[in-house]
Design a protein around this ligand. Sequence first.
Ligand SMILES: Cc1cc2nc3c(=O)[nH]c(=O)nc-3n(C[C@H](O)[C@H](O)[C@H](O)COP(=O)(O)OP(=O)(O)OC[C@H]3O[C@@H](n4cnc5c(N)ncnc54)[C@H](O)[C@@H]3O)c2cc1C
Length: 508
Amino acid sequence: MRATVIGTGFGSLASALRLRALGHDVDVLEACPDAGGRARSLTFHGERFDAGPTVITAPWLFDELFELFGERRADCLEFLPCDPWYRLVYADGSRLDLVPGAERQRKEIERLSPRDASAYAGYLKHSQELYRVGYEELGDADFSSFSSMLKAFPHLVRLGAFRSLWSHTGRYFRDRRIRQAFSLQPLLVGGNPLTTTAIYGLIHAMERKGGIWFAKGGTGRLVEALVGLAVRHGIRFHYGAKVVGLSIGQERGLQSVEYSTLSEEASMPCDLCVWGGDPVKAYELLGPSRLSVIERMRARTVQSSMGLYVLYFKTRARYPDVAHHTIVLSARWEALLREIFGGSSLPRDPSLYLHRPASTDPGFGRPDGDLFYVLAPVPHLGNFSSWEEHEPAFKRTVLDVLGQQVLPGVAEQIEFAESLDPRYFRDALSSHLGAGFSIAPLLQQSAWFRFHNRADRVPNLFLCGAGVHPGGGLPGVVTSAKVVERLVREWSEDKAPHERLFFGARAA
Ligand SMILES: Cc1cc2nc3c(=O)[nH]c(=O)nc-3n(C[C@H](O)[C@H](O)[C@H](O)COP(=O)(O)OP(=O)(O)OC[C@H]3O[C@@H](n4cnc5c(N)ncnc54)[C@H](O)[C@@H]3O)c2cc1C
């Protein structure tokens, strides 16, 4: 069958590969001139930067994609282990490393808080249970029917899913710094630790299971390796092709996708389609008459993740002591998070994530300086949009914080610095409200409540990527392709008709 996959984010790439392995004839349409979506590579002043993801967890998920075709990821690309995983720098000057090895981690916590060190084993055990149920059992489950949610409900209650991660960590740790260290993980997928369900505590167990890795040469090399694998096995890529319409017929559901390039408006007939862009946009293209009641409600009430401000820069000085993944935490926590997720101005004291790839990969070392990117969570465009006016001052604020906490004198050492803000996510990546991570990982937007992996009323339209189940981050979006694969398999074998008991008719 002819399958059209929209987008080249990791969710789309994984879906395209899985469909190809099922034997489908696959075309991929991408609005940008290159592949990767949020994981694109960008070149500034001759230096290539990873635009987005830099932390690889659950590396086996990528290995599996190569194995579908009898190949080995390690033959194409090396993953380098990160150690420490993250270095947290607190406003009071203290530091904590998140590190490989549970005993090493306990000792590291003990340095700051002996009482909390003894609570770590219990916290880890609970995280492992969250991981077992939340990821291994439910991660690639199909949540397109309400009955699947009812089945999962008792597990969610038992695991404390109705608590926030922040309140969950408070049950184990007393020292605020330790609590922060184990509750900032939702920020890595667009969630507010104060409101994101405690289920996201599974990220720590996932990291402990599989480690934290960096693709040699950058995440862009992983994108290239997957595109190379796809091309070797006959998948066709069409860049600069933005999908602007989904044509639905009376009988066969979706029949073709309409797209526009710089030179033409064109149509691509297909038997099935996987949408890997922002699901809010897919719903817009379908229009209300093609949505079930629940889908219309979801589209109206959706809450987006926060926006991101990212500064890519090169310094003339070198900073060899800076850890690869350094997180600089502001003295404010609750108030700052409320500002980022609901406020209407830019934070004056942002918390930051600093990426220094040369710490793990010597290939990023430069004799005449150092390459970095720094990322600050900021409100999305629905809450703050005056970037034109405020970007220069915010850039200074970010560099000031870095200068005070981790890169002394950095403002004077900048060779070049180029930034992206939520406008880039809106305009280049078609992200609703310029959100950095698609929709927020709230309990009321999880599992069945999240955008489904298949459109309720268009049986041959499937959805992958950060906005659908299981959610954002590389493990989430690559896993969403497994759900899509299962649904496509069932649909094409017509074994498991989609449930429409309450919420919509089967065919369009
Ligand atoms: C700065 C940053 C840092 C991050 N760091 C990490 C990290 O370290 N580790 C981690 O696990 N995760 C990280 N993430 C999250 C992770 O990058 C994302 O969750 C993931 O890459 C999203 O993949 P996706 O499949 O949803 O597609 P996306 O990457 O969102 O790509 C969607 C693609 O679809 C295309 N598209 C959209 N609409 C259309 C259309 N109409 N027609 C054609 N094409 C279209 C877009 O152009 C885009 O290329 C980070 C994200 C950002 C932004």
